[in-house]
Structure formats: C-alpha cells, structure tokens
Design a protein around this ligand. Sequence first.
Ligand SMILES: [Zn+2]
Ligand SMILES: [Zn+2]
Length: 316
Amino acid sequence: MSELRWHPLLREWVGVAAHRQGRPQMPKDWCPFDPGSGRVPDQFDVLIYPNDFPAFSPQSEPFSPDAGLYCRTGARGSCDVVIYHPEHNLAPSQMTAGHWRKVVDIWTRRYRELAVMPDIQYVYIFENTGVAIGVTMPHPHGQIYAFPFIPPLIERELTAASDYQRQHGECIYCRILCDELADGRRMVTANPDFVAFVPFFARWPGEIQICARRHFADITAIGEAEATNLSAIIKRVRMKYDNLYSSPMPLMMLLRQKPVRGEHPYFHFHIDFYPIQRSSAKLKYLAGVESGAGTFLNDTVAEEKAQELRETEPVG
Ligand SMILES: [Zn+2]
Ligand SMILES: [Zn+2]
C-alpha cells in the first residue's frame, strides 16, 4: 500500500508506493486500453480508467500527518488514467480538435467529481508522453492525480501570484499575457480565447504556456466557446511540437489550476508544456544542477525557440 513520508529537509512529501515496482511486463501485442481487451468497454470515445497501480488511492489510510522527523501518513487520494482515444497508435497531435474537445469535457467532469471529495486538496491533470519520458505505452492517454495536500510547486506559484496581486493590485498572469502580446517575440500561436507563448523564463527547451485570455482559476469556469478554443489550441501546439523535429516530441503537459478549497482569486488557468528534446538528436536531462540545486540550465533561448515553433506550421 502507498504511504507518504515527510522530507524534513525540503519540507515536502515523498510518495512511497512499493507495489509499483511489481508492475507486470505487459505482453507485447496486448494493451489494456484497447477496446476488446476485457479491461475497457468495447466502444468508447474517451474514458476515465482507474490507475491499476495508484500512488494515491481512496483505499489508503487517511492523510493525517503528525509532527516529527520520521513522519509517515496515508496516501489517500486518487489516480485516474484518461484514455484519450480508442485507437492504440494515434499520437495526441493526430487527434482532431473535435476529439480534443471530448478530452476537455471529461477533464472538466472528473475535476468536478474529485473536487468535492472530502480528502482532496488538489486535482492535478497532466500527461506524460514519449518513451524518453519513461512512457512505454504508446496508447494516447493522460492522468489525473487527486492529492490530499497542495503539491509544493503549486504552493510556490500560489504564493507568488498572491504576493504579486497584493503588491501590484493585478493578476500576475494577466500582466504577463498582456506584456507577451505587446512584445510578440515569444508568441507561438493564439485564438480568441487562448494564447500560447514561450515564457521569458522558460526552463525547458521550447517550453510553452497556454494562457486563458479571460481571468478564471479552474476548468469548471470554462465557457462553451472557450472549451472549443482550448481544444483547438492544444491540438495546434501538439502538432507544432511533433512537426518541429519531424518526430513525436516527448513531453509533459500540465494543467495549472487553483486548489479545490479556499478562495484563490489571484490564480489564473494555464497549461504548461515541458518538452524534453533540445535538438533533433539530444534530450534535456535533469542532472546535478537541476535536481541537486533546483536551478535549471536551459541552453536554448526563449525568443529563438518561439520563432521556430511559430514558423513550424502544423501538418496533417
Ligand atoms: Zn492500446
Ligand atoms: Zn489573470
């Protein structure tokens, strides 16, 4: 069973899930996410599937930490797989914008369900894709983790956004979006509701942020036209990434939303993309400086990467 152990030097939780090591090697020609596998319905468009080896689970002991150096507690929460599409070999960039809309809708529905569960503090929707990221399963899918605490990077971003709002009387994301639109050098693509740009402070080579033009804090506040435009811009960004080096880009896609409890009016919905390929043949690894010191070294420049991504027109 999973547990959480407290790291008193970094003041953060470490999830310990020993059973994950016991994950069976899947037969080569069998995929549990395929219709007909016996594990999923014979017909579906998009599907929420409980993670078979969850790091957080409703069956775990409750999260109720004590103080102390050797603190451990239950990893109560939940881990879902979002199967994007029934077709096994379809890259997320090849899914139509209409199909991405179905993913956006299922994200929203599941977010609502998890947000009202008593043990949940944060709902984290994300995707890891590509063998280089460690994903051996090509079937297009993402994940949703429901945490019993607010993860540390979210906590840092909340503090930064709240401090900026207090000091400057405006939303830090709205400010950055306005500045990026005026500057233009780091723009990648945009539509009436969302803007994609490489942040000035990008840590990953070709990192992209999709930012909502309207100020809202989580996906449940999204309007009908916004949901369609979000699907369209995700599709466009994904195609650009896969066209950049003419091969599927290994990446992480992370939805940034406010915690499910409390008031967070300073927070602004966005999606971060962390691609790990820094050239057609080289990967970005997190080594001593990044992992040990927490300082990223990016050997690409945001303005140049943005231009490459802007000029890479989606094909297909
Ligand atoms: Zn499959
Ligand atoms: Zn804002």
